[in-house]
Design a protein around this ligand. Structure first.
Ligand code: PRT
Ligand code: ZN
Length: 226
């Protein structure tokens, strides 16, 4: 007798910049989901899939720990968590199934507009506020720059004006936020998009078959958007 497969668990951002596009991708792939309620778990009606709606920061860990099978996450968060888990000697394995066509942004260092910025050496001895300390530390190390990193989980763009830092390292898309805070982009350190990731060691035949059925649909949706 056939052994019944477990339902496939997919993690997505509950509310934020990736949630509408993630939801739209699922719908385009034919998943019928009722996301009206403020529930953590939404059952897909027409396929053996459960959608977990969480904060984006939790998604890489959920997949790396094997708690969720798939996840949609910005590469910036994925890479930051990955570097941190490497340092903490925790499991940081995952597989990228697709680079998606939304969530595009860059992680950049920005300095006060009036500053005479002369390249990365200008950052030597400075204090930089960021939500991405590991990505920033990697960049500074590669560039041979000695700067102090201050961790802030929000309102990073006001840190220089508040006297908390000389510069910031934050996500940018249009640049309007930097501009509004009297800052200018000095270095792009990372370019990011949303990606679909899978946990390592997924062996359930039914689940693998389902993923193989979904992948061409995802590729198709992305081609249609081109
Ligand atoms: O609540 P939760 O923790 O889930 O959400 P969050 O607040 O941490 O994340 P959210 O929803 O703001 O962003 C989720 C992901 O979207 C990010 O990790 C990126 O991968 C991606 N993304 C794409 C962006 C942006 N574009 C973006 N512009 N994330 C943040 N921003 C910020 C930017 O830092 C700036 O402060 O949006 C502001 C406006 O940007 P400008 O340059 O257009 O002014
Ligand atoms: Zn977050």
């Amino acid at each position: 007798p056939a052994i019944e497969s477990k339902r496939l668990r997919i993690a997505m951002q509950k509310s934020g910049r990736l949630s509408v596009d993630s939801q739209a991708l699922f719908s385009s792939c034919g998943l019928k989901i009722n996301l009206r309620e403020q529930r953590l778990i939404a059952h897909v009606e027409n396929m053996p899939i459960d959608i977990l709606r969480v904060r984006d920061d939790d998604i890489p860990g959920l997949v790396m720990d094997g708690v969720c099978d798939l996840g949609i996450i910005g590469e910036n968060v994925l890479e930051e968590v990955s570097l941190q888990r490497q340092l903490d000697q925790e499991n940081f394995d995952y597989e990228v199934l697709a680079r998606l066509d939304f969530g595009g942004c860059r992680l950049s260092i920005a300095v006060p507009q009036e500053e005479n910025y002369q390249g990365v050496q200008s950052l030597d001895g400075k204090t930089i506020a960021t939500t991405y300390p590991r990505l920033l530390a990697r960049f500074l190390k590669q560039q041979g720059v000695n700067a102090r990193i201050v961790m802030l989980t929000g309102s990073v763009e006001v840190a220089p004006r508040a006297g908390l830092a000389d510069a910031i390292c934050d996500l940018v898309s249009t640049g309007a936020t930097l501009e509004a805070n009297g800052l200018k982009e000095a270095e792009v350190i990372y370019r990011s998009k949303a990606v679909l990731i899978q946990r390592k060691g997924l062996t359930d035949a039914g689940q693998l078959k389902l993923i193989r059925k979904l992948m061409p649909r995802i590729q198709g949706v992305m081609q249609a958007n081109e």
